[in-house]
Design a binder for this molecule. Sequence first.
Ligand code: NAD
Length: 472
Amino acid sequence: MYINGEWLKTTEKIKVVNPATGDIIDEVFAVGQSETDHAIQAASIAFSFWSRTTADERAVFLHKITAKLEEKREYLAELITKEMGKSIHNSRYEVASTISFFKWFAEEARRVYGKTVPASLSNKRIRVDKHPVGVVAAITPWNYPLSMIARKLGPALAAGCTVILKPSKEAPLSAVELFRIFHEVGLPKGVVNLVIGQSGPISQAFMNSSIVRKISFTGSTEVGKQLIRQSADTVKRVSMELGGHAPFIVFEDADIPLAIEGAIQSKFASAGQQCVCANRIYVHDKIYEEFSRGFLEKVERLRVGNGLDEKNQLGAMINQEGVEKVHEQVVDAISKGAKVLCGGTRLTEGAYEKGHFYPPTILTDVHESMVIVHEETFGPVAPLIRFFTEEEVIQKANAIEYGLASYFYTNDLSRMYRVSESLEYGMVGVNDPFPFSVQAPFGGIKESGLGREGGSEGIEEYLSLKMVSVQM
Ligand code: NAD
């Protein structure tokens, strides 16, 4: 617990377990409602001066944070792998992405421009200014325990907001390390505050408080909806980065080896525990056999095991509940006629005995009645679905309440425009399994969320407009 520039202790502790080995790797102090109220007060006092600093002053802090993160790159990558299981390769990527968010928003702070608007009366002048929204409560998930924080705190601090962060108690250690860095670079007291513990009391304190002007949440759609409802009482601004169910479409004119590589990257990074990962792989009938053969050949070569071992491409899953949920979807699909090309059984023996592992799995003959086609999987299972026409696949891809990421592979230029315009998703990757970058707005439509993170749009989430009309 880091409140008002100090590390504080409570009587309750939460154990942090390495999901690959079952070892307890650390303990953190758990906070409740009263400590969270204290953090909100500290953030409120800090807002009165932090919001008045210049963009350049704030940028200096953000650049210092970037430099410290650079120094600790490998240490942080290992910590992420130890606390949530993903492969060290994926964790290194996450650290790089974290650094990029602080760096980008250090510069973006300087580009918060207002505007002047031509008035209809000659004796009036109209100006529109941008101001930080106020105290922000940020809630983040375990699957990207470092970069999801950077995507919120980078722009919030750049905009002049102060923050209370509640990371997931499943993987809170990366957050603690980041706050050590905030302390080392001398961020003023109360500008950033960290509370870890049961989500109920912490979120109640956030929601009841009229000081907290904004909730920025990344997590499941179910919890996101609750928070939107609860925000209504004090009319807080909300940013919601919620669940996804990405279609990955391979058209008959696609470069098949490229599409196979893309599907592997999109599906199996972080052992499939990503909001943007391919959840339905639609393959055109004409190339279905060739694609599945090539995909199987590559997937069978993927190694699963402790993420710290450089040879493993897939690490552990977060916990047994995650493994069971994935396995239930596989069992459901098999019972309704799906065939297993590889994987499909839990890994429980030998090196896997003490951890939570699931093998990369390919299902074929998947159809609409199966749970996996509708519910987020959050695990390494690739369901292949055959399609025959462009209209049919677009209709199927859009027939879901989620609208986060989508992907398609084609070499037809007209189709590239047609399909990207028709997909009802916040993000579309064309021949690109990883269309996400710090410069571009990340986020979803429909039940996948509200607002954007990253890009110039990312900082707008933490700014409000003020119109000033002067009569001369
Ligand atoms: P989750 O919704 O269970 O938890 C997310 C965070 O909210 C955690 O800090 C958790 O402690 C907290 N939380 C849980 N219940 C709460 C409540 N009632 N009130 C307030 N806070 C509460 O999600 P998770 O299992 O940590 O993460 C996986 C989910 O996150 C998936 O659905 C995934 O798609 C989504 N996700 C989305 C994005 C995105 O950018 N759209 C990114 C990563 C993960």
